[in-house]
Design a protein around this ligand. Structure first.
Ligand SMILES: *Cc1c(COP(=O)(O)O)cnc(C)c1O
Length: 238
């Protein structure tokens, strides 16, 4: 028996309810928030369980991790064709070509150099890549993304690049418990997204914010995409 299947059977309905209720509290509906299931660092059984449960948006934070998923037997399953892979972690520019090939969404566009490389690679492949511009809302050096003050200009620059469709913004909030601070971080990103909407070429206006510890608050503040690992699959093996 796949332990991830057990865990997910129990956890997913709870998480989906929590997402739906938070969406309603924010004046929206359950379908307005997309669940990206973060499979990173777990063995391949996690993908089995996710496909079985009908999850279609899956996230990995390392290029090698994503590439390895694509080499598994899962590719032969019918459910696989509906899967969208989200790259959510920092990408070294030299790996941009690989990412443009294997990711459906790149949520972690954190430098113009990376954006240009992804743009060129997507162009070579004749595809348009859905991307989010990552914003460092916590100011912590360990977290990636453009500083808040530079983000609007960065989004502007990335929307000008061919081969990339800037669908919105992504952030990782600081790891703190203080709800008021979290709310202001999330609301700040929402405000920035609203300003980005005035830029030509800015897409759907997605807001990828909210992880296992803060997703309900993020949704209440307007998140359209939550990236959840631990609440769905348990702790990652270390
Ligand atoms: C690991 C990761 C997540 C998921 O974190 P959980 O706390 O396990 O939900 C979300 N976003 C990013 C960028 C991550 O690296």
């Amino acid at each position: 028996m796949n332990p991830y299947a057990n865990h997910l059977t129990e956890a997913l309905p709870r998480v989906q309810d929590a997402i739906a209720e938070a969406a309603v509290r924010s004046g929206r509906g359950p379908k307005d928030v997309r669940l990206v299931a973060v499979t990173k660092a777990h063995p391949n059984g996690v993908v089995d369980a996710a496909l079985e449960a009908g999850l279609t948006d899956l996230g990995e934070n390392r290029v090698e991790g994503l590439a390895a998923r694509l080499e598994t037997k899962h590719r032969d399953r019918p459910a696989w064709s509906a899967v969208r892979w989200h790259m959510i972690g920092h990408i070294q520019s030299r790996k941009a070509a690989t990412v443009a090939q294997i990711a459906d969404w790149v949520q972690s566009v954190d430098s113009l150099k990376l954006a240009r490389r992804l743009s060129a690679a997507a162009g070579d492949l004749g595809r348009e890549l859905d991307v989010l511009v990552q914003v460092n809302t916590s100011g912590e050096d360990a977290k990636g993304g453009f500083p808040v003050q530079e983000a609007l200009e960065a989004v502007h620059a990335v929307t000008d690049l061919p081969g990339l469709k800037v669908q919105g913004l992504m952030t990782m909030a600081p790891f703190i418990e203080d709800e008021a601070v979290l709310r202001s971080v999330f609301a700040g990103l929402r405000g920035l997204r609203d300003r980005c909407r005035e830029l030509p070429g800015f897409g759907a206006g997605e807001l990828s914010m909210g992880m296992s510890n803060d997703f309900e608050i993020a949704i209440e503040e307007g998140s359209t995409m939550v990236r959840l690992g631990t609440v769905l699959f348990g702790r990652r093996p270390t």
